[in-house]
Design a protein around this ligand. Structure first.
Ligand code: PLP
Ligand code: COI
Length: 338
């Protein structure tokens, strides 16, 4: 790989996969070297944000061959987002073949496991046909591209700093549990404000009362309290994180008491450790949360967070047994749809 450390940036790779939908049917889809997409100026993704996406990683296994982590869950979540946005969901077979084909074609760019990197895979569904009125598009593009990445948070190992914001990017009963680009557009300024004040990322409270923890701008959050209890918000306005779902399973496997429930912001005072989880964030320890005048501090990384990080990443890189069947190899046959 390049001499520069892998951060989390867009790096163009030679191949991406694309399929198109029109008149009720998806095309077969194919790999293309064309990194741009030409769309109609009336495309609904441009005007009405008729768009959703996914994020997952491919990791170099012990023999250097690419592995995928819980890709079926990303297919299911894109389906759910698409249905909410009145878009035709790519069938699971198309989603899996697109991801396999994209990773397989770019496998020479897969960072080695000891670099701690991965190929970040970004499946994208956009309304490309024109409409002026507020109606769904007549045509859609499903594209999958990938980019070699390292850690999302450069200060991740020391523990990141979160700033509680008084603003919201989603509404009660709104779009927060869908992976729609519009949610992220609404958060850009809030993350930028937090960074400008010396924090790493923003932490949202529930949009109804601002009383409960919701999630960070780019990841879910959890706390460890009472020595062996893992607590995570059960909010309906956060993205259901596939990494968090995996973390909760690994925590139960370790004998921790797992509680997914309302978490009042003051409960931060009871946390011994705090962390955030996501595909990009993996499991990143949180060292500090600032809420108005109050500053909460946590061990970073705490012992449970470190052990859970090791368990998760060793499964992702194929270095330990995969008791839950989360890892799939990328093969030429699957990339061809066999
Ligand atoms: N929350 C937000 C807002 C995210 O952008 C992400 C990243 O996808 C997550 C949570 C974590 O989800 P996952 O673990 O499925 O990547
Ligand atoms: C991911 O973790 O996959 C995401 O989509 C978060 C994004 C802000 C990079």
């Amino acid at each position: 790989m390049a001499d520069t450390p892998l951060g989390f940036f867009y790096r163009e790779t030679p191949w991406r996969f694309q399929a198109e939908w029109a008149d009720g049917a998806w095309t077969e889809g194919e790999l293309t070297s064309e990194s741009t997409i030409t769309i109609d100026e009336g495309a609904t993704c441009l005007h009405y944000a008729q768009q959703c996406f996914e994020g997952l990683k491919s990791y170099a296994g012990p023999d250097g061959a690419p592995l995928l982590f819980r890709v079926d869950q990303n297919a299911a979540r894109l389906r759910r987002s698409a249905e909410r946005l009145l878009m035709p969901p790519p069938p699971e077979e198309l989603f899996l073949r697109g991801v396999q084909a994209c990773v397989h074609a770019n496998r020479h760019l897969l960072p080695a496991a000891d670099e701690g990197g991965a190929l970040y895979v970004r499946p994208l569904l956009i309304g490309v046909g024109p409409n002026l009125g507020l109606r769904p598009a007549p045509r859609y593009v499903f594209r999958v591209f990938c980019s070699p990445v390292g850690p999302y948070f450069s200060d991740g190992l020391k523990g990141i700093k979160l700033l509680v914001t008084e603003q919201d990017r989603v509404a009660p009963r709104g779009m927060g549990s869908y992976k729609a680009g519009g949610n992220y557009a609404g958060g850009l300024m809030l993350t930028a404000n937090a960074k400008a004040q010396g924090h790493t990322e923003v932490l949202y409270l529930d949009p109804r009362e601002h009383r409960l923890l919701d999630e960070a701008g780019s990841a879910n959050v959890f706390g460890i309290r009472d020595g062996n209890t893992l607590v995570t918000p059960g909010s309906a306005s956060i993205l259901p994180s596939i990494t968090m779902d995996s973390l909760l399973q690994l925590a139960r496997d370790r004998g921790l008491d797992v509680q997914r429930r309302d978490v009042p912001v003051e409960e931060l005072a009871d946390f011994e450790e705090m962390g955030c989880t996501g595909t990009a964030a993996v499991i990143t320890p949180v060292a500090q949360v600032t809420h108005g005048e109050r500053v909460y501090r946590f061990a970073a990384p705490g012992a449970h967070t470190k052990a859970l990080y090791d368990a998760l990443t060793q499964i992702q890189y194929g270095l330990r047994e995969d008791p839950h069947g989360w890892v799939t190899p990328v093969t030429a046959a699957q990339a061809a749809g066999a």
